[in-house]
Design a protein around this ligand. Structure first.
Ligand SMILES: *[C@@H]1O[C@H](CO)[C@@H](O)[C@H](O)[C@H]1NC(C)=O
Ligand SMILES: *[C@@H]1O[C@H](CO)[C@@H](O)[C@H](O)[C@H]1NC(C)=O
Ligand SMILES: *[C@@H]1O[C@H](CO)[C@@H](O)[C@H](O)[C@H]1NC(C)=O
Ligand SMILES: *[C@@H]1O[C@H](CO)[C@@H](O)[C@H](O)[C@H]1NC(C)=O
Ligand SMILES: *[C@@H]1O[C@H](CO)[C@@H](O)[C@H](O)[C@H]1NC(C)=O
Ligand SMILES: *[C@@H]1O[C@H](CO)[C@@H](O)[C@H](O)[C@H]1NC(C)=O
Ligand SMILES: *[C@@H]1O[C@H](CO)[C@@H](O)[C@H](O)[C@H]1NC(C)=O
Ligand SMILES: *[C@@H]1O[C@H](CO)[C@@H](O)[C@H](O)[C@H]1NC(C)=O
Ligand SMILES: *[C@@H]1O[C@H](CO)[C@@H](O)[C@H](O)[C@H]1NC(C)=O
Ligand SMILES: *[C@@H]1O[C@H](CO)[C@@H](O)[C@H](O)[C@H]1NC(C)=O
Length: 458
């Protein structure tokens, strides 16, 4: 209720501040795409205060959790890759390196009480993108992108849990966190996605074996349906016999790109051809007239119930669909029209706020700014707009095709925080996680209804 009232107020404000800006996007013009992307990147990075004197590098202010900062800097790595605009690189590199922790594994001391597998995974995927995109390497006395991704992978291997459900990763790393009993698609998706990409980058079959094992487990337990819908999660208190059937863009996307990478790695094997085709078809549910939407919580006629985390999910499906189209050309006939229509619709939403370029949330509304703003909306718009440069973008590199990131296949394994018996003391119960299912359940029940919106100014 409260969220709706506030949003309507914001929308009214938007109508009288529209004069100042509004971004125009001509998807046939490289100059126009670069300019639109630059505007939205600026709008997203305005939320980042971590490089101000006295603030914490790498962190975002409330209400944005730590995992979303990892996603944000990963998006900025891609911003550089798509546009060749280097102006944010020093800030982005410093932010990524600020959160590696003492063991170079994205388990910094400040986060270890609450960190889940997916939280660590989003930072790990940012590092993996940096390796694949040949983003400038840190100085040699700093941790390297590839090794950071390997550290995350190695620690997730130690957390694979056969004691229930025939395997899988738990959402949470530590026993004391809510969600420790939840085995979900995003935690396993981060592991699958990183494993597939490490296999392709390094050529080491051990990574591919884990990608295969994770996919098979997802199917066996029913989180990946026979028609390739990816459901949110399941509980090990029932030995994973019941499934939360909510579907989110980021879950479908994380398996989509991992499958594309495995298709490439296996030289177009028929198994991965079928899986890729299936999981791509499974994205249908997230499009209306080719425009992407978060069907579990977005509603054209109302504010909807997407929480702060969920408002960023379209960024990841956009990102992974674009990368899939780059790597596997036969997917473009399906993917390109969807990304193009979504980019136009997203850009149309970016004419709000006092700057006149703040992005709204509902791309399917066929309208200008809807008044619902935040870092997630900026990130989503940026991801889909910059993906319009996919044809000009270089191939994702590997160790043998120009990749320069230095790896360490033993990275991370010495960590004291890699098992559920970590040394951190204070139990924390909180909802500050990337996983969606539990939060959404709360939102749908009205427990958190609407109060998460409108905290940040734009
Ligand atoms: C951890 O939190 C403390 C206190 O908020 C802060 O001073 C420090 O910079 C943080 N460290 C990192 C790596 O974010
Ligand atoms: C913070 O980052 C922005 C964007 O990269 C940059 O313009 C600004 O100078 C940085 N501020 C500091 C204090 O480094
Ligand atoms: C739990 O599920 C796994 C995989 O489906 C199965 O192998 C195992 O026997 C089940 N355990 C119990 C106690 O039912
Ligand atoms: C893919 O093909 C290349 C070149 O023929 C070969 O070296 C490589 O081992 C193959 N990869 C797999 C996973 O079969
Ligand atoms: C894998 O991707 C590379 C580009 O990175 C491409 O040259 C190669 O043909 C792809 N292999 C297959 C089997 O699609
Ligand atoms: C995906 O959809 C296409 C077009 O309808 C179809 O040809 C293909 O077989 C589907 N893939 C799978 C795995 O069902
Ligand atoms: C979107 O709005 C425009 C003008 O308001 C209208 O012409 C067009 O048909 C609408 N498109 C859809 C898909 O509703
Ligand atoms: C960015 O630079 C790379 C190579 O340095 C080039 O292949 C690519 O086309 C450029 N992209 C744009 C959008 O200018
Ligand atoms: C590729 O990987 C091998 C084995 O890990 C390593 O020796 C080599 O230095 C790597 N090449 C590059 C360019 O990083
Ligand atoms: C391949 O990766 C595994 C898992 O990290 C590692 O144990 C093994 O040493 C690697 N093999 C090579 C040849 O680098």
């Amino acid at each position: 209720m409260r969220g709706r009232t506030l949003a309507r107020g914001a929308a009214i404000c938007a109508t009288w501040t529209q004069l100042t800006g509004a971004i125009s996007l001509d998807i046939t013009s490289e100059t126009s795409i670069k300019s639109a992307a630059a505007t939205v990147a600026y709008g997203m990075m305005k939320y980042y205060t971590g490089n101000n004197t006295g603030d914490n590098p790498g962190n975002l202010p409330s209400p944005y959790y730590w995992w979303e900062a990892g996603a944000c800097f990963g998006t900025m790595v891609e911003y550089w890759y798509y546009t060749n605009d280097t102006s944010y690189n020093p800030t982005v590199t410093a932010a990524l390196l600020s959160q590696v922790g003492t063991n170079d594994d994205f388990m910094p001391e400040n986060q270890t009480k609450t960190e889940g597998n997916d939280d660590q995974g989003f930072w790990g995927m940012a590092a993996m993108s940096a390796a694949e995109m040949n983003y400038p390497n840190p100085p040699s006395d700093e941790p390297q992108w590839l090794a950071l991704a390997q550290a995350v992978f190695n620690e997730m291997v130690t957390r694979w849990d056969d004691s229930t459900c025939g395997g899988g990763l738990r959402w949470q790393i530590f026993t004391w966190n809510n969600g420790y009993t939840y085995k979900n698609s995003i935690a396993n998706g981060c592991f699958f996605n990183i494993a597939a990409r490490l296999a392709r980058y390094t050529g080491n079959a051990t990574y591919a074996d884990w990608a295969e094992k994770t996919w098979t487990w997802m199917e066996d337990v029913g989180l990946m349906s026979s028609d390739y819908a990816v459901y949110d999660g399941t509980s090990d208190t029932t030995n994973c016999s019941t499934i939360d059937h909510l579907q989110f863009t980021y879950n479908q996307g994380i398996y989509l790109f991992g499958a594309a990478v495995m298709y490439n790695y296996t030289n177009a094997s028929s198994t991965w051809n079928t899986r890729l085709s299936g999981v791509m078809n499974g994205t249908d549910i997230f499009f209306k007239d080719d425009i992407m939407y978060e069907q579990a919580c977005e509603d054209v006629n109302t504010v909807g119930t997407c929480d702060t985390d969920q408002q960023s999910f379209k960024a990841y499906l956009s990102r992974w669909m674009a990368a899939t189209a780059k790597l596997v050309p036969w997917t473009t006939s399906y993917i390109t029209p969807k990304l193009q229509a979504s980019a136009k619709a997203a850009a149309a939403q970016c004419d709000g706020g006092t700057d006149g370029t703040t992005c709204g949330e509902h791309w399917t509304a066929n309208s200008t700014y809807d008044g619902i703003y935040g870092l997630g909306q900026e990130m989503s718009a940026l991801s889909v707009i910059q993906a319009m440069l996919i044809d000009q973008a270089p191939e994702l590199v590997t160790n043998t095709t120009g990749g320069t990131s230095v790896g360490n296949s033993d990275a991370g394994t010495g960590s004291t925080t890699s098992s559920s018996t970590g040394t951190v003391d204070t139990p924390v119960t909180g909802a500050d996680k990337a996983g969606a299912g539990i939060l959404t359940a709360l939102v749908l029940c009205g427990v958190l209804g609407g109060t998460g919106f409108m905290i940040m100014g734009a």
